[in-house]
Write a protein that binds this ligand. Sequence first.
Ligand code: ATP
Length: 370
Amino acid sequence: MGVDNEQLMAWLKSYDSDDVTIGVVASHSSLQILHGARMEGFKTLGIAVGENRRKFYSAFPGAEPDEWLMLDNYSELLSKAKWLRERNVVIIPHGSLVEYLGSDNYRKLEVPTFGNRGILHWESSRERQRQWLESGGCELPKVIDDPHDIDGPVIVKYAGAKGGEGYFIARDYRDFKRNVNLDEDFTIQEYVLGCRYYMHFFFDPTATDGFQVQGKGSHAGKNLGRLELMSMDRRDESNVDEFYKLGSLRDLREMNLEPSFVVTGNMSVVIRESLLPKAFELAEGTVAASFELEEESRGMIGPFCLETIVNDRLEFRVFEISARIVAGSNPFIGGSPYSDLNEAFMSTGRRIARSIKKAIKNSELDRILS
Ligand code: ATP
């Protein structure tokens, strides 16, 4: 199940904490992470496959890594662990790292990483996510077990899909049968009509001030750490977001077109202010529940995102959690309407670096790494 505390402590023992380098795979949210690390005074390392990748970073001097580790393929990263540890590297994980390495390999990577790798087990399956989020007090879209029971719009999601690829909408069983690929595992979810808000939070277990998360279950009565709202985005999804321009769904079907949900970009949003207390309640419940997922769970550490839809009754449905930095935080390299209220120019990437800096100062790196 990955790295235990003893192993982490053994690695950290040989680290020169005055000379930590922040390492990241050059993709996803790396510009933000590298820029944030630099702003907090860290040396940076970019990890990439292919010279084209590297060249592209020279276009962004504020985020260009100080050093590169070039690989022939991403799984080679596993064999570079010693090299990375000798350079006091802390790796910041993001969606692409986990995707390129595979979640099993990522758990085995013998280099300190930011956040709790153990939480990945809970994040990596839809059923486990549901269990976690529901125990945190979130309401999720209904699941339809038998396709014959489809009696309104549903979204069909394939197990291995990333970035919404391959999902489709069905209104009835006939639609479902026409589009489904039965060779793959899928989940049928109620299609929730409403507006999407991808809310980027940061949980700092080492902070004792600010909005404190109240523990529950085995942690009842304890303050677990500080919850911060960093920013919010909405994704651009191709082609569903532009579909309406061609007419009704019926017209489109006559042209043999189906909506797809492939993420192509992100834009900044804010939510109605009166919805913020509920947003915090959901995030607080989710963090508190993360400490109860299994015995001795280290819980959530650092950035996470609740992916939600708010309907016209102003109710949230949470359809997914990402337990790490999300690419939706990329519009906020210069800060956001929420993070600006704590400190100006504080991106999630920089917040991660700030957290590492503080932990180095207080000799408590083991509390935020795994
Ligand atoms: P990622 O892991 O990159 O977040 P994913 O492939 O797991 O993406 P989801 O985030 O589950 O995909 O969904 C992709 C898109 O489909 C969402 O951004 C949203 O637009 C739409 N969507 C997902 N679930 C629902 C739902 N229940 N009702 C309405 N729309 C939905």
